[in-house]
Design a protein around this ligand. Structure first.
Ligand SMILES: Nc1ccn([C@H]2C[C@H](O)[C@@H](COP(=O)(O)O)O2)c(=O)n1
Length: 185
């Protein structure tokens, strides 16, 4: 019978298999980085889309992506077809005649423009957090998650968050690296 003795600390540490944990952690980290890069890519597309908006104050862009990461729709805030900017003004001072009475939000346009039967399980990328009205329609469309760039502390946005929370639709702010957009025509 070999003499039994307590293992040394080194031997005990060698027995502790910490490698799989470490490589698992590295794998998770790698996935987080590639996921973030993917979200930043779609937010960038939403940002470029927003540049088409004629709203002089706030341009918003929205991109909807399916489970295979294919873009199924895009939209930006604008007046409805035929509602002429020369007649309908982008001002917001006059309570009887202001842009908020006419403008179709980026998310609404993206939902209307979709090139697929349903938005179930699709993911939304938007440059400004969805307002309460857009949240209602996004919830009804059964989207899976909302990624956004900017937020506002206003009732329309707070009530939107309340509804999304209750409907268990997660939302996440995407922090972008500092970058400058240069568009050469
Ligand atoms: N999630 C959102 C929020 C707002 N919009 C649009 C509606 C207006 O055109 C503009 C906000 O104008 P502001 O109050 O900043 O003068 O953004 C949207 O499309 N989607």
């Amino acid at each position: 019978m070999p003499e039994s003795r307590a293992p040394s600390i080194e031997e005990s540490l060698n027995c502790l298999s910490i490698e799989p944990d470490k490589s698992q952690r590295q794998e998770n980290l790698k996935k987080e980085v590639t996921d973030l890069e993917k979200h930043q890519r779609f937010i960038r597309i939403a940002k470029v889309t927003s540049l088409r908006s004629k709203d002089p104050n706030t341009q918003v862009g929205c991109v909807i992506v399916d489970k295979d990461n294919c873009i199924v729709s895009i939209g930006y805030n604008g007046f409805p077809i035929g509602v002429d900017d020369d007649v309908f003004r982008w001002d917001k001072e006059d309570p009887e005649d202001n842009k908020h009475l006419y403008v179709v939000h980026a998310e609404m346009n993206a939902i209307i423009n979709k090139r697929c039967a349903t938005l179930h399980d699709c993911v939304v990328y938007v440059t400004l957090f969805p307002c309460n009205k857009c949240a209602q329609i996004l919830i009804q469309s059964r989207v899976k998650k909302v990624y956004y760039l900017e937020d506002r502390d206003e009732l329309a946005f707070r009530s939107s968050k309340r509804m999304l929370d209750h409907s268990k639709i997660p939302y996440e702010q995407i922090i972008m690296p500092k970058e400058k957009y240069v568009i050469r025509l």
